[in-house]
Design a protein. Structure first.
Length: 371
């Protein structure tokens, strides 16, 4: 079965609410610049992938690289040769920092295509189903404390299992948000706090974390320091005793090894898009399991195609002790898939059907298409 056509479609997807976090406080992101990868093999069988990256906003640059560097190398190859094709993509991208985002889009498209060819859902290709659906957390961007509290109350009423909020502003603003959200969410919901690397020293991060821990039950603090500062994370972890999570510090399996070796964090936030695909993300889960480090699945606010990939992985993973954060499609005014990925009552489930189980809503794609 020959790959006859490789389409890469850059899209601009309007968000319901602008992203405001420790990464971009003065520069809110009101739309995601993503890309869709569509493989068509002989016989007309398709595979879909999604290029999803929010920071930095290089999604359309990656689409250009996909069109000019990867697509020509894939045309005419056996569509079921995913491992060989992915080795070729790795060779072309040569370890470039953003390579995993591109690799991930092509990996999910190749697995989608293979699943459709064999007539089985992607979770079966990952070994089968450990659970019917995966519990979700809800995430709240930086805004006025009363608005954040309102979001938390709505999320709890809708069944979300945990609440995450973006911190990393002035300490008094963060503290007001933490107090308001915990009052709304209830004392039985320890908060996940994500600083996106906003604090620049161990002392500054420790002061903030100690203040939060006095004000509310804290599940963990995500990425308190910039991504490369593993030694700082280790010191902070020892100093505060509050669990720390790696996000920006953790992309690859190698990063997971370095974090574990540095004893830098307590929990890993693993992304399909940042790990380089569904299988590399599963490998990080496996390494972390061997080291007794719990993981969640995290999100770039992926749209329907990549969120379906996350859902298949989430039901197949043997170890998933905490609610995951792959609720991306709910961030958008409109999704790119014809039938919404099942998100209900605080759970994410994989779409039914072979492969990823999704198809494109071409009207939506045309509306969002950039070029
Ligand atoms: Mg994060």
């Amino acid at each position: 079965m020959i790959l006859e056509r490789i389409d890469v479609i850059p899209i601009r997807a309007p968000r319901k609410e602008a992203v405001r976090s420790g990464l971009n406080a003065g520069d809110p992101v009101s739309a995601s610049e993503f890309g869709i990868v569509r493989l068509v093999a002989s016989g007309g069988i398709e595979g879909l992938g999604e290029i999803s990256i929010t920071f930095p906003r290089i999604g359309h640059t990656l689409c250009h690289a996909a069109r000019t560097m990867i697509a020509p190398a894939l045309e005419g190859r056996d569509a079921l040769d995913a491992p060989k094709i992915l080795v070729e993509i790795d060779r072309i991208l040569a370890g470039e920092l953003s390579a995993p985002y591109l690799r991930s889009a092509f990996e999910m498209a190749l697995l989608d295509l293979a699943g459709r060819h064999y007539g089985i859902p992607l979770y079966q290709m990952l070994g089968g189903r450990m659970r019917e659906r995966a519990p979700l957390a809800w995430g709240i961007y930086q805004k006025a404390p009363e608005e954040m509290a309102q979001d938390a109350a709505v999320a709890r009423a809708q069944g979300y299992h945990a609440i995450k909020l973006k911190v990393g502003r002035r300490l008094e603003d963060d503290l007001a948000a933490v107090k308001a959200v915990t009052a709304a969410a209830g004392p039985d919901v320890p908060l996940r706090l994500d600083a996106n690397g906003a604090w620049h020293s161990v002392a500054q991060a420790a002061a903030a974390i100690e203040a939060f821990a006095k004000a509310a039950p804290i599940a963990w603090v995500e990425q308190p320091l910039p991504r490369r500062n593993l030694e700082g994370l280790r010191l902070l972890r020892q100093r505060t005793g509050v669990p720390l999570m790696a996000d920006e510090s953790l992309h690859s399996l190698r990063d997971a090894y370095e974090l574990a070796r540095a004893e830098a964090v307590d929990v890993f936030n693993v992304y399909v898009s940042e790990a380089g695909g569904i299988q590399p993300a599963a490998h990080i889960f496996a390494l972390a399991a061997a080291l007794d480090i719990p993981c969640i699945l995290g999100s770039q606010a992926e749209m329907g195609v990549a969120t379906a990939a996350c859902a298949h992985l989430a039901v197949a993973l043997p170890n998933l002790p905490h609610a995951i954060e792959t609720f991306g499609p709910l961030r958008y005014t409109r999704d790119i898939v014809a039938q919404a990925v099942p998100i209900a009552d605080g759970y994410l489930a994989p779409p039914e059907g072979p492969g990823l189980g999704v198809s494109l809503d071409w009207n939506a794609v045309e509306e969002m298409r950039v070029s």
